[in-house]
Design a binder for this molecule. Structure first.
Ligand code: HXC
Length: 510
């Protein structure tokens, strides 16, 4: 018996050593943790239960028959984050560069299938040289098996990807189909083709970091949601993040006790709107003063910052917040912000997370760059996402709600459940100056008349009461009572029932 136990211990120790001490040291020298060390930080202490520790590859080509490392380059299993079950896989770069073999893929698929069966999130820690080159098409098949599961799991269980090393070629498509991607700065990259191929094909000279590093994807491309300083920060952020999410689409949002009174009044919000309509203010302040304890987990903070998306809590329960940001491009809707917010709204809707929308939007961004790149179709994404969403939707217009953007931003007409406006709200087809310049074009050389008409237009429309008189706004609320009104609204809407007509799926303008 004791010999058997010793044998298990020996095998476990061998598996835990992965590709060996030398490669572990090399991993550390790059400032990276190993696959198992990462899981230790991500999961609650002693909660990780590994499976498939002894799985080995089945390749005999190119000398692989002689090289067998238990685990085959990925550590898989389940554990808990603050007591809640998650399934995980963590690619081990010390074993064949974390490359994906047929068996490696089977291990990932096994945890994905288990997570789907019980309704628990999957978190993937990616650190891989891509397809296991020695295996050829078997590896490609393995990727596709993972891709198929990513798609089946989409909207059923939350999927989070952490990119903690290389992620290149077709390998990028698994993370890209998960709900959120966190990257580690200066140590991770994602691209479909690397700098060398880029140089050959397009003559561009570019570094890995410029092509697909964390800042590229969290600022420019919007492929990733968060850039984190190092492995530890990324893993700790992932822990905090998971606390906001339900375990699956069958579950309600998690609840966390809070000492923040639901009816806390914020007098400072009564004066946050500047006297001049062209002066910005920071919408983050409104968000922080509305959610529990000012705690807000923003996603894509540096990409399309003219719209803010993220998670907070009200009375301990998760809400998704979407808010125009007057500090950036005056909070205008453009291609990037529409895409960013549309995807976020759809995530919230898929996972029963109520949506709070704070509106201060001067309209859609004009210009050839926007039109030629398809603002019509991309703007429609956000419109579509809000219109199809059946979760509780509470909207507060703080200042401008102009034109089509008024309709888009969770208006009453898109089945907004509670549509509030601050007394400073201006709900109109466009700003007064622009409107008068069009209606009174013949008087454009008469500044007095233009000024008079602008004032008239402002008096008529630069307020929430015309919309309120039509029932488009349910109530004009005091800014200081915003949190209280939202909390009350969310309470009322907890048992909301609303279903869209049966369809195989919709045809959102992609
Ligand atoms: C097998 C691999 C491997 C791979 C790395 N290794 N990538 N083994 N298949 N894809 C092995 C190396 O041989 C080496 O083994 C160890 O992992 C570490 O690799 P290094 O090159 O020493 O590390 P580093 O200098 O950090 O460079 C990392 C790297 C580089 C940039 C990822 O290894 C690299 O370019 N690898 C090839 C990437 C690639 O072309 N992959 C296929 C892409 S196509 P030893 O024994 O020396 O430690 C693809 C298609 C997917 O992925 C399609 C899906 C649909």
């Amino acid at each position: 018996m004791s010999a058997n136990i010793a044998e298990v211990e020996r095998r476990r120790a061998a598996a835990k050593l992965g590709g060996g001490q030398k490669r572990i040291d090399a991993q550390h020298a790059k400032g990276r943790l190993t696959a198992r060390e990462r899981l230790e930080v991500l999961l609650d202490e002693d909660s990780f239960e590994e499976i498939d520790m002894y799985v080995e590859h089945n390749c005999v080509d190119f000398g692989m028959a002689e090289q067998h490392i238990p685990g085959d380059g990925v550590v898989t299993g389940s554990g808990t984050i603050n007591g809640r079950l998650v399934y995980v896989f963590s690619q081990d770069f010390t074993v064949f560069g974390g490359s994906l073999s047929e068996r490696h893929a089977e291990k990932i698929c096994k945890v994905m299938d288990a997570a789907m069966k019980v309704g628990a999130p999957v978190i993937g820690l990616n650190d891989s040289g891509g397809a296991r080159i020695q295996e050829g098409v078997a590896s490609l098949g393995g990727y596709a098996e993972v891709f198929q599961r990513n798609v089946m799991a989409s909207g059923v269980i939350p999927q989070l990807s952490l990119i903690m090393g290389p992620c290149a070629g077709g390998a990028v498509y698994s993370p890209s189909m998960t709900d959120f991607i966190f990257m580690v700065e200066d140590s991770s990259y994602m691209f479909v083709t690397g700098p060398e191929v880029v140089k050959t094909v397009t003559n561009e000279v570019v570094t890995q970091e410029e092509l697909g590093g964390a800042s590229t994807h969290t600022v420019k491309s919007g492929v990733a949601d968060l850039a984190c300083e190092n492995d530890i920060v990324a893993l700790l952020q992932a822990r905090d993040f998971m606390d906001f999410l339900p375990a699956s689409n069958r579950e309600d949002v998690p609840e966390r006790p809070t000492n923040d009174p639901w009816d806390r009044l914020e007098e400072s919000l009564d004066t946050i709107i500047p006297a001049s309509a062209n002066q910005p203010y920071d919408m983050h302040e409104v968000i922080r003063k509305t959610v529990d304890e000012g705690e807000f987990f923003e996603i894509q903070p540096k990409h399309a910052a003219n719209i803010i998306c993220g998670f907070g809590r009200v009375e301990g329960r998760t809400v998704g917040v979407v808010a125009n940001q007057p500090m950036v491009l005056a909070g205008v809707l453009d291609i990037d912000s529409s895409k960013k917010a549309a995807r976020f709204v759809r995530f919230c809707d898929a996972f029963n997370i109520p949506i709070v929308t704070l509106v201060d939007v001067p309209g859609f961004l004009p210009g050839t760059a926007q039109e030629h790149n398809g603002i019509i179709k991309h703007g429609a994404k956000l419109l579509f996402a809000y219109a199809e969403a059946t979760v509780p939707k509470i909207t507060v217009i703080t200042r401008k709600a102009y034109g089509g953007a008024y309709d888009v931003m969770a208006s009453k007409h898109l089945r907004g459940d509670l549509n509030y406006a601050w007394p400073t709200a201006e709900i109109a087809v466009m700003g007064a100056k622009g409107a008068v310049e069009i209606i009174f074009r013949q008087d454009r050389d008469n500044p007095e008349k233009i000024a008079e008409k602008t004032k008239e237009y402002e008096d008529r429309f630069a307020n929430p009461f015309v919309a309120a008189s039509k029932g488009f706004i349910d109530e004009v609320i005091m800014p200081h009572s915003t949190r209280k009104r939202i909390a009350l609204g969310l309470r009322k809407l907890r048992n909301k029932e609303l279903a869209n007509p049966w369809k195989k799926h919709d045809n959102i303008p992609l």
